[in-house]
Structures are given as C-alpha cells and as structure tokens.
Write a protein that binds this ligand. Structure first.
Ligand code: MN
Ligand code: MG
Length: 634
C-alpha cells in the first residue's frame, strides 16, 4: 500500500533518499562517431553515459533523470535530421529524441541552440519526446490585435513519483521541475524569435512561478537552468544567472550547463557564491555535467518530509566522467541500433564532394596570422553579398567581409582545428567550418564603426609589454568565434595597448586604440567613410557584444545559411588554394615574444613550410592538455 505523503512523526518514514541525474550540452553527441572527421571516435556522447545511468539507477531506489538543453545542434547528424523535410512525414523520430526516449528521461529543458533551426523544426523534433519539456521564460507572442501572450511549452511540470522511504515503505512525492534558458536567445536567434516568441528574465520568471508550484503541492523544486554560473549580483537579462536564481527564487536544487564547464570543480575555488567542496552554488546543491556527454551529473539528496514539503537535509554532488571504453550495456546498444538509419544517411551526406582543395587547408594559426579557412569563408560570403546587392542602392558601396572561426582550439581542445589535406573537399569539411546554422547578413558601417568593430575583436589578446618575453598571448576567456577578421581591409594590432573591451564585449574605461594603420585599398580609412560589411545573423543581432552593431538596420537579410553559401561557392569555383595573405599584422615589438597554443598538427605545417611566412613562429612542445605551445616573435 501507499502511505500518505505527510508522515506523522519523525521516524524513518519521514526520510527519503532521492537521486537526481543530469546531462547537459550533449550537442548531438549520441554515439562513438565523429562526423566532421568521418571516423569512429573515442568520445561516445550520450551512449557512453547510458551505462553510467543504468548503474546509477541500479544502486539507488529513487532516481530521476534530467537534461538541461543544447542537445539538438552540434553535428551533421543533427543538421540533417532537422533540415530533412521528409522527417515531418516520416515515422522516425529525431535521433537524439529517440535516444532520450530510450533512456527514459523524466523531464528536460531547452538550451539556446535548440532555437538555431527555427521554431517549426524545433517543434517537429520535440513532437516525438516521450517526456515533458519544461520552459518557463519563453512564451508565444500575442496574436495580432491581442495583448495576451500564450504558453510556448509547459513552464514547469509536477512529477508525481512513488518513492521508497528509509523504512522501506512506498510514498508519493511531488517533484516540481522548472525549465529556464539563458535570455540571450532573444539576441542570438533574433531572426527566428522576433514576432513569434518572447523571452523573459529567468530570475523574475522563477520568482513568480515557484510559489505557484509550492501552492500546487510541489514537495521539492528543481530548476533545470540552461545557464552558467556568472556574477553573484543580479541584473535583468544577464546571460548566466545561477547565483541569483539560487538565492532569490526559493528553489531547492539547480542543474546548470551552457558554459560547458563541470561543477563541482576546482576551477570555481574562491568564486563569490560558490562552495566547491559542498557542491553548492548560491547556497543550494548544483551540478554542471560538462559537454558532449563528457560527464553524468549526480545529486544525492536526503529529504525530510514536513508539513510544508520536503526539506533538503543534506546533499552529495558528484560527477561521473564518461568511461574511455565504448559502452557495452543494453541501453547503449538499443540507442546505437535505433539510430543506424540516421547514421547511414548522415555518412552519405558528409561524404558528398563539394569541391577540390589544390593545397592543404588548416586553421592552426587563425588567431595569429592570415588563415586560409577564414579567407575562403570570407570570400564566399563577400561574393554572395556583392551579387545580392547588385542592382540595389548599395551596389556602388565597397563590400567587406567579416569572418571568425570556431575552430581555434580553446575549450574545444587540441583537436578543435581544421586540418584538410589537398584533394576532394567534402560536405563534412564545409559543415565543420560553419558549424552553427547562422544566416548571411550585410550591414552599412562607417569607418569609425569599423574601427570599433576591430577594437572589440582585438580583445582576443592580452596586453604585452614591449621587451617582455614569453607572456601568454591569447585571452582564453574570449572564444575565437568573436575574433572577427575583416577582409577587404588591412590593419595592425598594437599589443602594447590594453584592450578597450573585455572578453565578453564589456567596454572598459581605459584602453585602446589597439587598431592602427587601418586602410582600404591602400588608403587610410576616414571616420565617415561608408562600407557594406558582410557578416552573419549571430553578429548582426548582437552576438559577441560588438559595439553599435545590434542597432543597425541590415542592408541585406538573406535566408541562406553561411554554410550553404560556402558550399555553393565551392561548387561554382571548383577548386581552391590556401590563401594566407596578411589582412592584419601585430605592430612590431623588437625583442618581444609571446606564447600561444595550437593543435599538435601545426608542427607538420610549420616543418612543411605551409604555415604563415610573415610571422616568426617556433614550436616549443606539448602542454599537459595536449596543445602545441609555440613562441611568436613580435
Ligand atoms: Mn552548449
Ligand atoms: Mg548553451
């Protein structure tokens, strides 16, 4: 029989052990295959966690499994599943949703990347989910002529579970699960969301909803919060709001992610509001399970049932790293066999030839010198915009092309670079270069605006004092996809000057100008010169916090994705050669050197003399993380 939810006394029947398991930022990593390299991978994504999930469920009586978002985007397998128009009519569910169904998730929320493909594609993928998808801070925009917003997904779910208490008796527990996503989606996917979905601040949303969840009988409130840790101080619309959410909203437990970090981890030692040994953020238990299936998060709660719900008496937070060996369990096997059709279709897709490389292409030096992959992507994008604007009022304006790469190491690790041999250029090479489904945009920018654009990019580098030796060059807090190089210009970056912007784009009171000798076709750029700059929807909508860009009216809003434009370009020109021409250089600082990390494959490029010819680069050896450390003489 099932006993009442509220026990009378304080005996063992008042105590419950509840285990929460969490995944986050899986990014379409489901099984042991790397579709960008077209080879089996030692990293097995969600299927590697399946064995751990099975085991964690066997060990404990009361277990719930959650995912925290960013699961649909990140590999050609996912791009194909969402782009394939046949999917809507076919009975096959999306491969990630099918894998999650196999694992029996209790509830999930969405991450920012779930919105990258537009709302209809997202709804199509979620239609087959056998579990609730909660998201409270996104709602449908009102119908024309109305002011009433409507729900997009369910804001929260109340999971009624029969759990075993310490005395071995079964009782009912109502677990409230609230879903929240970083409000930056309104900026990053403006093109998809504008007029369709409205985004609210997660902290304000939770403050309003948690009391309602309690009133509806939630014994415990778990927030699935697609957010990193961030500042302790709350500001409306902040990207990473874990600490204010924990402190101000009355939730009991928080699952985090988005920043692809792990918690508990020593990286957070000493950070305001974070207790690493206690596994708490903002005073409540929290876990962050890494990315791509690197870790399974686990929070073991000891609850005491009271008249007004369950009180968390203690919590043990831990991470299970994915095993090195391929998964062997039955659940993992079912996941792999369930996606065999999607896998084979994806292999056909990524192996299609789209052009030919007459020379090798790589991105090992993208942050320190002219880069052939950036140059290729910028050319494709610039040509497209030039053609699209011919016959328009902008036809006589000079068209520049701004481009950045994701493939420059960083948190993606020492393998996160392009390294394409001479020979056939395949679909997978192109999709790796343009991994995010951004669309093409063009903006009208003044000469002064260009200079600020480049000042923001130049935050990529630490300040280097003239005469100093072997300081670290690159600020790891700034992702390389915000280091825009503007093709069509030439310029220099003066590292002796402190950056004008911080790594996330915040303006500093002192700093800059780092950009010197800014020229167009050999002539200095004047502040009131006019240019059209080809870029993408992420940047044009404010991604990266570039000054002044978000307010500009685009002169071109194309539905074409950057990746498709690159593929058309390759099919049109047929063959391409690596172009490492210098768009920009560092202002010379004789007697000064700095260190940077690149992929180990860079050593071969340097010894073959395929690398940058205008930079003095000396490989020094591998770092503990597996990067090749190099010295750059400035
Ligand atoms: Mn993510
Ligand atoms: Mg995210």
């Amino acid at each position: 029989m099932i006993h009442p939810r509220r026990p009378d006394g304080d005996d063992d029947s008042a105590w419950i052990e509840l285990r929460l398991l969490a995944t986050s930022d899986l990014h379409m990593h489901i099984h042991c295959y790397d579709y960008f390299r077209d080879r089996p991978s030692g990293k097995c994504g969600l299927s590697a966690l399946a064995d751990l999930i099975d085991q964690a469920r066997d060990e404990a009586p009361n277990v719930l499994l959650f995912d925290n978002g960013d699961f649909l985007q990140g590999s050609p397998l996912g791009d194909l599943a969402l782009a394939d128009p046949a999917l809507g009519d076919s009975p096959a569910p999306h491969p990630m949703i099918a894998a999650m169904n196999e694992l029996g998730y209790d509830a999930i929320t969405l991450g920012n990347h779930e919105f990258n493909f537009g709302i209809p594609a997202l709804e199509r993928a979620l239609a087959d989910a056998g579990f609730p998808v909660a998201l409270a801070n996104v709602q449908r925009a009102p119908e024309p002529g109305s002011e009433r917003t409507r729900p997009f997904l369910t804001p929260y779910v109340l999971l009624d579970r029969q759990v075993t208490d310490r005395s071995g008796r079964i009782r009912n527990l109502r677990i409230g699960v609230l879903g929240l996503v970083t409000p930056m989606i309104a900026v990053w996917d403006h093109a998809h969301l504008a007029g369709r979905l409205e985004v609210l601040d997660p902290v304000e949303t939770a403050r309003a909803l948690v009391p309602r969840m309690r009133a509806e009988g939630a014994d415990l409130v778990v927030a699935l919060h697609h957010s990193g840790v961030g500042n302790a101080e709350w500001t409306a619309g902040m990207e990473n709001a874990a600490i204010p959410l924990a402190r101000q909203c009355g939730i009991d437990v928080q699952i985090l992610g988005h920043s692809h970090q792990i918690f508990p981890a020593a990286d957070f030692d000493g950070q305001d509001g974070v207790d690493v040994p206690g596994g708490c953020i903002g005073g409540i238990p929290a876990v962050m399970p890494g990315s791509f299936g690197s870790h399974l998060g686990q929070i073991d709660l000891t609850l005491r049932l009271q008249a007004d719900g369950a009180q968390v008496m203690s919590a043990a937070v831990r991470l299970h790293p994915a095993p090195d060996a391929p998964p062997a369990g039955r659940t993992a096997g079912r996941i792999a066999s369930g996606m065999s059709g999607a896998h084979l279709r994806t292999l056909d897709h990524i192996r299609a030839q789209v052009g030919r490389a007459d020379t090798p292409f790589d991105s090992y030096f993208a942050l320190v010198a002219g880069d052939p992959t950036l140059s290729l992507m910028a050319e494709a994008q610039g040509n497209f915009v030039r053609q699209a604007l011919s016959g328009s009022r902008w036809k006589d304006w000079p068209v520049l092309s701004a481009m950045a790469t994701f493939l420059a190491g960083g948190r993606g690790g020492p393998e996160n670079f392009s390294d394409i041999p001479a020979g056939p250029l395949l679909m997978r090479h192109a999709t790796e270069m343009h991994r995010f489904p951004n669309a093409v945009r063009a903006l009208a920018v003044s000469g002064a605006g260009l200079a600020e654009w480049l000042e923001r990019s130049a935050a990529q580098f630490h300040q280097i004092a003239p005469g100093s030796r072997d300081r670290l060059l690159i600020d790891p807090a700034m992702p390389s996809y915000n280091f825009d190089v503007i093709y069509g210009l030439t310029y220099a970056i003066d590292l002796s000057v402190p950056p004008r912007f911080g790594p996330t784009g915040e303006r500093r009171s002192a700093g800059g100008p780092r950009i010197a000798d800014l020229r167009h076709q050999g002539r200095p750029v004047a502040p009131d010169d006019r240019f059209v700059v080809a870029t993408n929807s992420y940047r044009a909508c404010g991604g990266g916090g570039f000054p002044g860009l978000a307010g500009l009216e685009p002169v071109l809003t194309a539905p074409e994705l950057s990746c498709d434009i690159l593929i058309w370009h390759l099919r049109t020109v047929g063959s391409v050669r690596a172009d490492r021409s210098a768009v920009w250089r560092f202002v010379a600082m004789p007697g000064t050197s700095a260190l940077f990390d690149t992929g180990p494959g860079a050593a071969q490029i340097l010894s073959d003399h395929h690398g940058p010819e205008d930079r003095r680069i000396t490989p020094l050896g591998l770092t503990g993380a597996g990067f090749l450390r190099c010295r750059l003489d400035l």
